[in-house]
Design a protein around this ligand. Structure first.
Ligand code: ADP
Ligand code: MG
Length: 496
């Protein structure tokens, strides 16, 4: 065994030894080849050495040349860079400008869009209007046709109208003539009596339209010397049932007289509370003589304007207190009131309100001055047509209360007032009397009241005295005094 192992080992060692020898031989061969190659290389290297030097030199030159070219290129590139930067800035500013322009164009565009919308709306409206226009055109055509027809009819009726107008003028003249004749027949001074409504009426008896019987109440029988009953006659007596329209119906012909060119005075006489102001002015629901007369005159004027007359209306408001005259529009003392030009009824009402207010102020200052002062409303009418002329005045007078007959029983301010009222009312009576008895001298100057009215009471003037009385038995004495005054006036007629 041991021998076997030894043989194997020896065999292995022999193999390794052979291999080693083989390897060393191989190595040597390689070394020989290498040294041969190195020699070859060395020979070649020496041969190429000058060439390498040339290449090196050329390379250096090339490098230096390349460097200078590179520097030049660098310089140019920087220069170009600066130029481009400048251009870029220039373009940036242009861009900015263009951006601004674009913005304004955008705004313009938006505006245009809005305008386009508006235009579209307007177009729609225009279309609608065109349709309406078309309709209107058609209506117009129809109307033209109708107008033509009417014109033909109008021409025909114009001739008839001229004829009718002539007839109307003739009728107007005749109306004036007959109205005046009627006034003459009724007398230039008329006296009407109005009884103020009252539940207790035992002392007054109405006998028809013109006669009134006053029965003296028991308690006055002893104190008065009158007979138990006295009878009075007037042109017209209005019972307490008579309304404002009924009163006006009986005096509207006098107002017509003013339009016909005559002066007219209408007086309301009576004790305080007997209905003078109610008769003359009335209230909102029961218009009195003044507003009704103004309405009538405006209506008549309209008719005359249509006949070709030129007409002017003026009004004035006056108060006479303690023999002093005051213009109720200017609220100043005056000798003669200033007449104001009037366009329409509303203007008269406005002035009337001013006058009332000014009177009220006085009222509070002097304690119910209205019952102790005279109020005059004047309406002047001026007109002409060709050679025909009108200048007439309507005077509507709300007199002071007639009750203060006894001066002896008053004193102080009351004394002065009472004296002034007595003076003016008796002056009024005297004027009527003088006119009635056709005296040479009519005492107009005896009081402010008669002096203010003298122009309107003379000549062809007409006068109406509306005596307002109370039917209450405690007012018996005042009622009797008023009836006596009225009776005195009754028979007068204006001097011709
Ligand atoms: P005067 O002006 O005479 O002092 P008023 O006209 O102020 O009297 O009348 C006194 C009161 O009697 C007022 O309230 C008025 O409205 C009333 N009155 C007068 N007359 C009438 C009448 N006929 N119908 C109804 N009320 C009347
Ligand atoms: Mg009064």
């Amino acid at each position: 065994m041991e021998k076997e192992l030894k043989d194997i080992r020896t065999h292995h060692l022999k193999v390794i030894e052979d291999k080693l020898i083989e390897l060393i031989t191989h190595k040597n061969r390689i070394l020989a080849v290498q040294s041969e190659e190195i020699g070859e290389f060395k020979k070649n290297f020496d041969e190429f050495k000058p060439l390498t030097q040339i290449i090196q030199k050329t390379t250096r030159e090339c490098l230096s040349d390349f460097q200078s070219k590179l520097d030049e290129a660098d310089r140019q590139a920087i220069q170009q860079f600066h130029q481009q930067q400048d251009q870029l800035e220039y373009h940036a500013s242009r861009l900015n400008q263009q951006q601004n322009q674009i913005q304004s164009i955008q705004e313009l565009f938006e505006q245009q869009t809005r305008s386009r919308l508006q235009i579209a709306e307007m177009q729609k409206a225009k279309d609608r209007m065109l349709i309406e226009l078309q309709q209107t055109k058609e209506e117009l055509e129809q109307k033209k046709f109708l107008k033509q027809q009417l014109m033909n009819n109008f021409k025909l009726s114009q001739q008839q109208q001229i004829q009718l107008q002539q007839e109307l003028k003739d009728t107007e003249n005749q109306k004036r003539y007959w109205n005046n004749l009627l006034q003459e027949a009724k007398g230039s001074i008329r006296v009407y009596c109005r009884v103020r409504p009252n539940s207790q009426e035992d002392m007054l008896l109405l006998n028809g339209e013109c006669t009134l019987v006053l029965r003296v109440p028991e308690r006055f029988l002893k104190s008065t010397n009158c007979q138990k009953e006295s009878s009075f006659n007037f042109e017209h007596i209005f019972s307490q049932e008579a309304d404002q329209q009924e009163i006006y119906n009986e005096l509207s012909d006098l107002v017509q007289n003013v339009v016909d060119g005559h002066n007219v005075c209408i007086f309301a006489y009576g004790q305080t509370g007997s209905g003078k102001t109610y008769t003359m002015q009335g209230d909102d629901f029961h218009k009195g003589v003044i507003p009704r007369a103004v309405e009538q005159i405006f209506k008549e004027r309209q008719g005359m304007l249509e006949l070709g007359w030129q007409m002017n209306i003026r009004v004035g408001f006056q108060e006479i207190y303690n023999e002093q005259s005051r213009d109720l529009i200017t609220n100043q003392k005056c000798d003669e009131v200033k007449l104001l030009d009037i366009k329409d009824i509303v203007e008269v009402a406005d002035h009337f309100n001013t006058a009332k207010k000014n009177r009220q102020v006085a009222d509070t200052l002097s304690n119910e001055a209205s019952s102790r002062s005279h109020f005059i409303f004047q309406l002047n009418l001026q007109g002409h047509l060709g050679d025909k002329q009108i200048n007439s005045t309507l005077n509507l007078i709300d007199l002071a209360g007639s009750e203060r007959a006894n001066v002896a029983k008053t004193e102080g301010d009351r004394f002065t007032e009472t004296k002034a009222i007595n003076k003016s009312l008796s002056a009024l009576g005297d004027v009527f009397n003088a006119l009635y008895t056709k005296q040479q001298h009519v005492p107009f100057r005896n009081s402010k009241l008669t002096f203010s009215l003298y122009k309107y009471m003379e000549g062809s003037s007409k006068t109406l005295m509306m005596v307002n009385i109370s039917s209450r038995s405690e007012d018996f004495q005042q009622t009797l005094a008023s009836l006596r005054f009225a009776e005195k006036v009754k028979s007068c007629s204006i001097k011709k």
